[in-house]
Design a protein around this ligand. Structure first.
Ligand code: KG4
Ligand code: ZN
Length: 360
């Protein structure tokens, strides 16, 4: 079968990602422009500012992507673009640019659901041994979900967060902790900074956080309790130490170790419930496919969290995958790959004459 190429455009939040991927899962170009540097200065993402940055960079990102791939626009089978969920002001920049490219080069357009793209991404690199269906734990800055994944557009939600997402909790707590005053963490996201700091804990058991939803017999998540407990613990410690205004508590590494353990335990606890549910023989949810857990989204970057989930999966004779780190966080590759999956599963793209039918 001839290979085909899909261009993917991702602008749902604060990364401008454009990439070209083929049907065999080969990445021909991957351009990623992060806005982290601008947003950390303001303590968070300001949507109109994110929109300006996407606008300023998207055409150049496309040109660089094309040059890197050494392909011509004529060779593309389709253009895939994130249409939801995300910041509306950011999403429209990618969509408008995708419509423009589709019209100009007469290419069909595919709408991509951002979280679904995270959920399917692991298949790109494990095309031989990761078949549908599988159980997916989707953990990012905006979401926390457990779902059975049957294909593009075919997910069954088993549980989701009742409040914050885990990445969001890491980001907010890291900011409250002022980890960004340490030069090594200045440009890192909260989760990565917490993971790194936790490695240097001298007393990793100094902080304990209660297990959320401990008695609830479902697959939902809650991170607001951990977050509020964390804020309280930081305030308490700051008072004890009389820290200067922009200082940071001296035992922040111990604190990060406790926080990481709490988030990790909650994720494992809920995933264990989902595994037990899915693996009941009478449910036969996996059919002929071997039982498999896929962990994806920005928080899947975390080696401690992933190792714990891998260990859990093993106890249930369940295989465990995640995308490579560069594809766990937001990027254009996962959008292009979702486009490939859509084409391969017979989902009809919108023709270049009807691109206005696709909206955010
Ligand atoms: O998937 P993603 O790039 O964007 C969203 O769709 O939200 O995820 C971003 C989130 C951020 O909240 C960040 O703190 C978290 O992923 N993250 C991590 C790590 N790297 C990124 N969380 C924990 N450990 C990490 N190493
Ligand atoms: Zn994401």
């Amino acid at each position: 079968r001839a290979v085909s190429y899909v261009l993917g455009i991702e602008t749902s939040c604060d990364d401008t990602g454009i990439a070209i991927v083929d049907t065999a899962g080969k990445v021909h170009a991957n351009v990623l422009e992060s806005q982290q540097e601008f947003h950390t200065r303001y303590g968070g993402i300001i949507p109109p500012r994110a929109q300006d940055l996407h606008r300023a960079r998207i055409a150049d990102a496309f040109e660089r992507c094309l040059a890197e791939s050494q392909l011509q626009p004529e060779q593309l089978a389709a253009i895939a673009v994130t249409t939801r969920p995300g910041l509306p002001l950011s999403l429209v920049v990618g969509l408008r640019y995708a419509r423009h490219l589709a019209r100009r080069h007469q290419k069909p357009l595919l709408a991509v659901h951002h979280m679904e793209a995270h959920a399917l991404q692991a298949r790109m690199e494990h095309i031989e041994d990761l078949q549908y269906p599988y159980l997916c734990l989707l953990i990012s800055g905006g979401h926390s979900q457990l779902a059975m994944v049957y294909g593009p557009g075919r997910l069954t939600l088993l549980g989701e967060t009742l409040d914050d997402a885990p990445g969001e909790a890491f980001d907010k707590i890291a900011r409250r902790l002022r980890l960004y005053v340490l030069p090594q963490y200045r440009l890192w996201n909260g989760g990565r900074a917490v993971e790194h700091a936790a490695q240097f804990a001298r007393n990793p058991d100094a902080y304990e956080f209660p297990l959320p939803l401990a008695r609830q017999r479902n697959c939902n998540f809650s991170f607001a309790g951990i977050k509020n407990n964390a804020f309280r613990a930081i305030r308490h410690q700051e008072r004890n130490e009389r820290t200067p205004v922009d200082g940071i508590i001296s035992n922040y590494s111990d604190f990060c170790a406790g926080l990481l353990r709490a988030v990790s335990r909650h994720l494992m606890h809920r995933t264990q419930r989902a595994l037990e549910f899915c693996l009941q023989p009478e449910m036969n949810l996996f059919g002929q496919a071997p039982p498999t857990l896929v962990v994806s989204g920005g928080v899947a970057n975390n080696d401690v969290i992933f190792a714990n989930l891998e260990h859990l999966a093993k106890q249930y004779n369940c295989r465990c995958f995640r995308p490579s780190k560069r594809y766990c966080s937001d990027n254009g590759v996962m959008i292009a790959w979702h486009g490939i999956e859509q084409l391969q599963h017979g989902i009809k793209p919108v023709s270049s004459h009807d691109v206005d039918n696709i909206q955010v």
